[in-house]
Design a protein around this ligand. Structure first.
Ligand code: ACM
Ligand code: ZN
Length: 566
């Protein structure tokens, strides 16, 4: 009898402890810029949720979605009414992505001026709750928000992530998952790299062969043997309706999709479809190997400009983004050097070599300027890889600095706006550890989580030019990334570290605090079913191929040896 009583008491105590309802430790990523925690908590289960009548439709939809989530995971429907619940109110004094959030024992007050602010307040609220809030079913958890006052706004306006669906193709559903997780960490741009030597991915109605021919390659090289081929036809493309669907889906998550047509290089897939656009006339084949092709668009022909303008016209109809990415990287000039039409254009424009810049480089500047003018006249702006800086560049262009930081520093010095995406820190197709034999095959390099986290975008800039830095982006090229699981393994948690580079003021960054917060992020990712890399916990490899966990001693040594300034 006594024993039974003891068991009952023990169980009752354990249940009471579990239900002794402490909010989970504050571990929001990216860390809000002003946070004051207080004693106490607020229970969201069954709490009434309300919002000002005049919030815009997008904000209302986001709030309604949050209410539905709370109802699903807590199993309790929120009651109507403004008192003692969660209220979302308009505050026109806040910036577009700024929000104020106060949790008290008797209610929660959220303020924002626009959709971005409301959306980010909701992301913060969700991260303050148990990870099960990211699930699709009722969960037993302490549905408590800690009492806190937050005033939060991003350090940078441009917070990007890039995706390459050309080297390997990502379905609409996979792309939406990518967008979902980017939005969770408050990123607001998806740079969608839609054209490449290895595949053209955009349906263009006026040029059907771009997808009939250009979207398919006859095989893919095996590993790093570029002359080999697995012989398996590979490809895919997005219809215009599907691209519109992605644009709308992203917009509901405060993400603008920036499409890229990479020109005048990286165009072999388009040349395979329309060989008359090349200098030699081909024939060309959609590339099965990686690298940089010497075959590029022939810009001596007017036909090529007609093609580019036609494609851009259809792109503008699909993508409302202010920026259109025009590529501009890795365009060898060997074909232009011997092409009579390209040379005739150089002559007629009076382009000359000067100051280490060749006449052919100036010809690329001419292409950039013509496309820029075309887009400017239609109310859009160009952004391009840092090669567009070589030679003259017209005012109003924005430069994406990828070959380290120097291009960005130089562009800002010359008065251009810049997005920093240096391969030294922001190429997340690079390896995540020095133990390459334990990793899936990658392109090379090394970008660990702490290394990416350590990046400071203003380092090396001429004083007074910092305002030209619009923001930061990480790039995920997919030559070697062959599955969605692998894609997510490369993305996460490096994108979480990226989010703090983009969002947090420099003095808010703290790697130890960030690392501790990753425990909660990993729980969230588990609930959502994302694959993620566990190097920061000493585990290397894709799921199913993971190396055995290290001992505590081994882990300490491993983490100490992870290079930041490699
Ligand atoms: C690039 O990585 N070629 C921009
Ligand atoms: Zn030519």
């Amino acid at each position: 009898m006594k024993r039974t009583l003891l068991i009952i008491l023990t169980i009752t105590f354990a249940v009471a402890c579990r239900e002794n309802k402490q909010p989970q430790p504050f571990s929001v990523i990216p860390m809000p810029n002003d946070v004051t925690l207080a004693e106490g908590s607020f229970n969201v289960a069954g709490a009434p949720v309300s919002y000002d009548e005049n919030v815009d439709a997008a904000s209302a939809k986001a709030i309604d979605g949050f209410v539905k989530t709370l109802e699903t995971v807590t199993g309790k429907a929120g009651k109507n009414g403004k008192n003692g619940g969660i209220h979302f109110g308009l505050n026109p004094n806040l910036g577009a992505e700024e929000y104020f959030l106060q949790v008290k024992p008797d209610g929660v007050n959220v303020e924002a001026s626009a959709f971005g602010g409301f959306f980010y307040a909701i992301q913060t609220l969700k991260q303050m709750l148990p990870a099960e809030v990211y699930g699709a079913k009722k969960a037993k958890a302490a549905w408590l928000l800690p009492c806190v006052t937050i005033l939060d706004a991003p350090r940078f306006d441009y917070r990007g992530i890039h995706l390459d669906p050309c080297r390997h193709f990502w379905s609409i559903e996979e792309t939406k998952r990518y967008i979902d997780i980017a939005a969770t960490y408050k990123l607001n741009r998806l740079h969608w790299h839609l054209t490449e030597d290895q595949g053209w991915r955009m349906e263009i109605k006026k040029y059907p062969k771009l997808t009939e021919v250009g979207a398919w390659r006859s095989g893919t090289c095996i590993g790093k043997d570029f002359d080999s081929s697995d012989g398996i036809r590979y490809g895919g493309f997005y219809t215009q309706d599907q691209m519109r669907e992605i644009v709308a889906y992203a917009a509901e998550r405060n993400i603008t999709v920036i499409p890229e047509m990479d020109l005048p290089g990286h165009m072999v897939a388009a040349l395979a479809a329309y060989p008359e656009l090349g200098c030699t006339g081909g024939p060309y084949e959609v590339w099965t190997r990686w690298g940089v092709s010497e075959d590029v668009l022939c810009v001596g022909k007017e036909e090529t400009f007609n093609f580019l303008e036609d494609v851009l016209t259809e792109m503008l109809d699909i993508f409302p983004s202010e920026y259109i990415h025009i590529g501009g990287d890795e365009c060898p000039k060997v074909r232009w050097e011997t092409c009579p039409l390209c040379q005739a254009r150089i002559k007629s424009l009076g382009l000359k070599a000067h100051d280490g810049i060749s006449a052919e480089q100036e010809l690329q500047c001419y292409v950039t300027a013509r496309i820029q003018q075309f887009l400017n006249e239609r109310g859009r702006k160009i952004i391009g890889w840092d090669e567009i800086l070589e030679g003259d560049l017209a005012a109003g262009a924005t430069v994406m600095s990828w070959r380290g930081t120097q291009g960005g520093i130089e562009a800002a010095r010359r008065g251009f706006d810049v997005v920093m995406t240096p391969n030294s820190h922001m190429y997340i197709d690079y390896y995540q550890s020095q133990e390459r034999d334990k990793e899936p095959l990658c392109i090379g390099g090394l970008v660990t989580v702490p290394k990416l986290y350590s990046y400071e975008p203003y380092d090396g800039m001429a004083p007074g030019t910092e305002d030209h830095i619009l923001g930061v982006q990480a790039n995920l090229w997919t030559e070697y990334v062959t599955s969605n699981e692998f894609l997510e393994y490369m993305l996460l948690p490096r994108m979480c570290a990226l989010s703090e580079v983009q969002w947090c003021n420099a003095d808010r960054k703290d790697y130890a605090r960030f690392d501790a917060s990753l425990d909660h992020t990993f729980q969230m990712l588990d609930v959502m079913g994302y694959t993620y890399a566990k190097h920061v916990r000493g585990i290397i490899g894709l799921p199913g191929q993971e190396q055995p966990a290290r001992t505590e001693e081994e882990l300490k040594k491993y983490l100490e040896e992870q290079p930041i300034n490699w």
